[in-house]
Unconditional design. Structure first.
Length: 124
């Protein structure tokens, strides 16, 4: 018999399956427990997870946090900051600045291409 229940653990919602089977997933690594029917869905994300959620590096994520359009973190302690996944997925992605239409090549790349064409005599 399978029962499903959700338990909030450390800012994460964990969905577990309980069964009367003799085989137990207790004591296994997280990857083994995920493949055995456990699904871990973090609600509050640390820097690494939030960066992965947005598809950027941790350093870039920390730089983005200084912008006004980024959602503010949840303060769980003096050095414990977490970001709400839904805010990152909705607010940050909607408010992130877009490249203006018609903005072509950055000027420094264009200038370098022109200088290279002058030196070699071949248009790139």
């Amino acid at each position: 018999m399978l029962q499903q229940s959700e338990h909030p653990i450390g800012g994460q919602a964990v969905r577990q399956r309980a069964s009367n089977d003799a085989s137990s997933t207790a004591g296994q690594s997280p990857s083994a427990s995920q493949s055995a029917g456990f699904t871990v869905v973090p609600v509050l994300l640390n820097d690494d997870q939030a960066a992965a959620c947005l598809g950027v590096s941790v350093r870039t994520f920390r730089n983005l946090c200084s912008h006004d359009w980024m959602p503010r973190p949840v303060v769980l302690g003096p050095r414990l900051l977490r970001w709400i996944r839904s805010e990152l997925e909705s607010a940050a992605v909607e408010l992130i600045p877009r490249q203006p239409a018609g903005a072509g090549e950055p000027t420094q790349l264009l200038r370098a291409r022109i200088e290279r064409a002058k030196r070699t005599g071949v248009a790139a």
